[in-house]
Design a protein around this ligand. Structure first.
Ligand SMILES: C[S@@+](CC[C@H](N)C(=O)[O-])C[C@H]1O[C@@H](n2cnc3c(N)ncnc32)[C@H](O)[C@@H]1O
Length: 505
C-alpha cells in the first residue's frame, strides 16, 4: 500500500505556496495513531475536512485491513490539485468521489459526524481575507458566546466547526500547532471546549520527535470525545519519531505501561488549563513565588514601520547630514548581538560590518521646524509612499518615532537556541526583535542582582512555561507573558532582591 511522503521545497515560491494553502502532509506514524483513536468502538465511518494528499484515508485503509473492518470515508478539500496527489497516492475513485471540493469552515457539511480526523490548514490570521475573518468571528461568537481574539488562525476555526458537527459520543483527532493552546485566543477557546466536551488526551513532541521536520511549528495532537467533561486528561509526550508506540498507547486507552519513547501523565484539567495544556505539567501545583513582573516591567522594542528608512548605518546618517539629536544608538536583529552583553565594542563591530546602528528618531514637531537636512530626508521618504504603510499611517505625524528609554536589560525573544537576556551596557534602544526589560529600581546594585537571576539556567528553563513554542527549540514570548516568568526563589532570597509591585521610576 502507498504511503504519503512529502518532499518539502526548502524555501522560495513553492514553499510559500504550500504555506498559503496550509499544505503540509501528515506522516504515516501520526496518521495511523490519530485514525485509530477516532475509529475505536467499532466506528465504521471517518470524515476528514481537509483531505489533501489523503494521509488519513490511507491510514484508514491500513486500519481496515488490520482490523478486518470496512471503513467508509468522506471529506472535503478546497484544492482539487491536492486530490490529484491523493489519487496518485492510491486513494480509490470511489472514495475520492465522496470528497467535496468546498470550504469546510464557511460552507460546512449539513450533517453530524461521528469520527473526524484532521490536519487543518495552518493559516495565520494575517493571510486571511477580511470577509473570511468577519465570518470566522461570527462563528466563534455564536458558538462560544463572544468572538475569539482576531489573531486566531484558520486551524482554530476548523476545530470549532468540527466540534460543532461532532455527534454525541463521537471522537475527534486534530493535529495542530501548539499556539492553539498557547496563543492569545487559547484561554477562552479551551475554557469553552473543556466545559462542553471531554478532552481525553493532548500529545506533544520533543524537538527530535517532531512529525514535521524542517517546518517551523511545534505540533500537538488533540483527542476529544463528545461526552460530558472529566476532571482529568492524559498528557502524552512523545520522544521518538516513526515509532509505533503512540499508536499502541492510544489503542490501550492510555493505560499506564512502560514505553521507551513516551511519557504519560494523568493530569488534572484545572492544572492543565492553568499551566497550558501543551506544556509540561506544573510540578508543585501552585503558583511560583516570584515572577519577573515583581522586579521589572516589559515592553516590546521600537517598531519603525520602515527599517530601511529609519534604521541607518552611521555612514548613511552622516551622508544625510542628520544631526545627532535625531539619532539614537539602536540594535535591530537578534543575531547582531552575540552572547549576553551589548557594549560600545559591539556597536563598533556592527558599524565595521556595515550593519545599521542608528535609529532616525524624529519627534512630533511640524515638518518645517526640523533642520534642513532632516526636512529634506523626510520629504525623500514621503515621496516613496512610506507614510501610507500600515503602521506609519497610524502615527501622527507619520514620522514621529516611538520613544523608549534605553532598557538596562533586553530579551531576545525569538530564535533557535538564542533566546536570552542581554545586558545593555551601550545605552541602545532595541527594535522589535527584542523586548525591553525595565527594572522597577534604577540603582545599579538592583539591576546587577536582577541580571544575575535572569542568567540563572533555571530562569531560562522556566521560559517554556510562559512562551509559545515553535519548531526545534525556538520560542516566542510576548511582553505580558515575560512578566509572568517564574524566577528561582532561592537565588532571589540569597541576593536579597526585594520584589516591588509597582515601577518606581
Ligand atoms: C495541512 S493539509 C492536510 C492534508 C491531509 N489531511 C494530511 O493530513 O496530510 C490541509 C489541507 O486543507 C486544505 N484546505 C485549506 N483550506 C481549506 C478549507 N477552508 N476547507 C477545506 N480544505 C481546506 C488545503 O488545501 C490542504 O490540502
Amino acid at each position: 500500500m502507498k504511503r504519503t511522503h512529502q518532499k518539502l521545497p526548502a524555501n522560495g515560491a513553492e514553499r510559500e505556496a504550500l504555506r498559503q494553502k496550509g499544505q503540509f502532509w501528515t506522516p504515516d506514524w501520526i496518521a495511523d495513531a490519530m485514525v485509530s483513536y477516532v475509529l475505536q468502538q467499532d466506528e465504521q465511518f471517518l470524515f476528514d475536512p481537509a483531505v489533501g494528499a489523503g494521509a488519513f484515508f490511507l491510514a484508514a485503509y491500513r486500519f481496515g485491513v488490520a482490523a478486518g473492518r470496512t471503513i467508509s470515508l468522506a471529506g472535503m478539500e478546497i484544492d482539487p490539485d491536492a486530490l490529484g496527489e491523493a489519487r496518485q497516492n492510491g486513494i480509490s475513485e470511489a472514495d475520492l468521489s465522496k470528497v467535496e471540493i468546498r470550504d469546510f469552515v464557511l460552507n460546512p457539511p449539513q450533517r453530524r459526524l461521528s469520527a473526524i480526523v484532521a490536519n487543518p490548514p495552518y493559516i495565520r490570521h494575517h493571510r486571511l481575507a477580511a470577509e473570511t475573518k468577519a465570518a470566522l468571528r461570527l462563528l466563534s461568537a455564536r458558538l462560544i458566546g463572544s468572538p475569539l481574539d482576531g489573531r486566531a488562525g484558520l486551524h482554530i476555526y476548523f476545530l470549532l466547526r468540527a466540534l460543532e458537527l461532532l455527534d454525541e459520543g463521537g471522537r475527534l483527532a486534530f493535529i495542530m500547532p501548539a499556539d492553539t493552546c498557547e496563543g492569545v485566543a487559547a484561554p477562552k477557546l479551551w475554557r469553552w471546549i473543556t466545559r462542553n466536551y471531554c478532552l481525553e488526551a493532548m500529545v506533544t513532541f520533543t524537538a527530535e520527535a517532531t512529525p514535521f521536520p524542517g517546518v517551523d511549528t511545534n505540533p500537538i495532537i488533540v483527542l476529544i470525545q463528545n461526552r460530558p467533561p472529566e476532571q482529568y486528561f492524559f498528557g502524552v509526550r512523545c520522544a521518538e519519531a516513526n515509532s509505533d508506540e503512540l499508536l499502541s498507547c492510544i489503542q490501550a486507552n492510555f493505560a499506564e505501561r512502560s514505553y521507551r519513547s513516551l511519557t504519560i501523565h494523568r493530569r488534572e484539567l484545572v492544572e492543565g488549563l492553568e499551566t497550558g495544556l501543551s506544556r509540561e505539567p506544573a510540578t508543585n501545583g501552585h503558583r511560583p513565588t516570584f515572577v519577573l513582573g515583581d522586579f521589572a516591567s516589559v515592553l516590546r522594542g521600537i517598531a519603525t514601520g520602515a527599517n530601511e528608512y529609519f534604521f541607518l548605518t552611521t555612514r548613511r546618517a552622516h551622508e544625510l547630514n542628520i544631526p545627532g539629536e535625531f539619532l539614537r544608538p539602536a540594535v535591530g536583529r537578534t543575531r547582531d548581538v552575540e552572547g549576553d552583553e551589548i557594549n560600545i565594542e559591539t556597536l563598533r563591530k556592527l558599524e565595521r560590518q556595515g550593519r545599521p546602528t542608528s535609529l532616525f528618531s524624529p519627534d512630533g514637531r511640524a515638518m518645517n521646524q526640523f533642520p534642513g537636512a532632516v526636512q529634506h530626508y523626510l520629504q525623500q521618504i514621503e515621496s516613496q509612499g512610506v507614510p501610507q504603510r500600515a503602521l506609519i499611517a497610524s502615527r501622527n505625524p507619520w514620522y514621529k518615532m516611538e520613544t523608549r528609554e534605553a532598557p538596562p536589560i533586553l530579551f531576545a525573544y525569538l530564535g533557535r537556541r538564542s533566546v536570552r537576556f542581554i545586558r545593555n551596557r551601550a545605552g541602545v534602544v532595541p527594535l522589535t526583535g527584542f523586548l525591553c526589560v525595565y527594572p522597577h529600581r534604577q540603582d545599579t546594585a538592583y539591576i546587577e542582582k536582577l541580571w544575575q537571576v535572569l542568567q540563572h539556567p533555571q530562569t531560562l528553563v522556566n521560559l517554556t512555561s510562559v512562551g509559545k513554542s515553535y519548531g526545534g527549540d525556538a520560542i516566542k514570548v510576548e511582553p505580558r507573558a515575560l512578566e509572568k516568568l517564574p524566577l528561582p526563589s532561592d537565588m532571589i532570597h540569597e541576593l536579597g532582591l526585594t520584589p516591588i509591585t509597582r515601577r518606581l521610576i
